[in-house]
Design a binder for this molecule. Sequence first.
Ligand SMILES: Nc1nc2c(ncn2[C@@H]2O[C@H](COP(=O)(O)OP(=O)(O)OP(=O)(O)O)[C@@H](O)[C@H]2O)c(=O)[nH]1
Length: 338
Amino acid sequence: MSFFKKLKESISSKTESVTNKFRDGLEKTRKGFVEKVTDLMVRRKKIDEEFYEELEEILIGADVGVNTVMELIEDLRAEVKKQRIENAAELQPILSQKLMELLRGDDDNEIRMNPDGITVILFVGVNGVGKTTTIGKLAHRFKQEGKKVLLAAGDTFRAGAIEQLEVWGERAGVEVIKQHAGSDPAAVMFDAVQAAKQRQADILICDTAGRLQNKSNLMEELNKIFRVIQREIPGAPHEVLMVLDATTGQNALNQAKLFGEKSGVTGLVLTKLDGTAKGGIVVAIRQELNLPVKFVGLGEKMEDLQPFDSQQFVHALFAGLIQEEELVSETENQDEQE
Ligand SMILES: Nc1nc2c(ncn2[C@@H]2O[C@H](COP(=O)(O)OP(=O)(O)OP(=O)(O)O)[C@@H](O)[C@H]2O)c(=O)[nH]1
């Protein structure tokens, strides 16, 4: 087999495995949201007020967000009038198309790398959202790319957090810089930066304690961490990623709104998308926040962290439910524009 054929096959099998990850990870959302909408349209047939109300309920239930849902319903009403649609089933491609438009946009799923040395990525988020797990998965991803990665155990507050990070460090095969529980997280960061310099690391990923934006002492602690890192590596941290648990829906959105502004967040990671039927939260985040979703968590395994790709997301939700040709031509249009 020619080199180019082999290369093409390896690229397409990689794309296929990413597609499968999205499809498997979004099964609950597909069943609990997209299929419900399709059922409603086929079952009710007639487009009346009750139909709109039921549709509104499903969309809000999937955490698409009230404002966005209202806009969507208004758009649908207008299309129904304009195209004189009578059968609800005919609305299905129009709705999926509208959802696609809301989700599409410029995906910004690249990590901003420091061109002159160590790239520092700081993780923030409240307890239990999947921060440590995400750090482990990301370390693994970078390691696979041949990068030298170091982890900083900056959550010195929660019992067991350091050990948990060490377990992930071992799994990913990367070193963890730590002090004892209860020590000053800014001191851990200082040590970690020194170690990263000594070991000529490419990337330093820093864990921090889960905190609420209304606890001013914890916010002050975060500022201190920033100061230490910035002093040692000008321009750092290069990314501040806020981890949100998708299963908490609108709550996750509110956390990002409140916390994001105060802590210089540059991107979001939405974990546990596989564990919820409310994947519509991605649409709400896209609409209501000016922050990119960099990664999504689609499972508990090391490989289950994927760069967020709106096309993959939409394909995974709607493939099989709407005409494949529509998706293909959509994709082609998108490609042409790029
Ligand atoms: N299904 C699924 N589970 C996940 C995902 N990401 C994390 N988890 C699980 O969520 C739970 C909490 O994850 P942790 O990484 O311990 O959460 P944390 O935010 O570090 O917690 P704190 O250290 O308390 O802040 C664990 O059981 C993880 O396995 C995901 O994408 N999918």
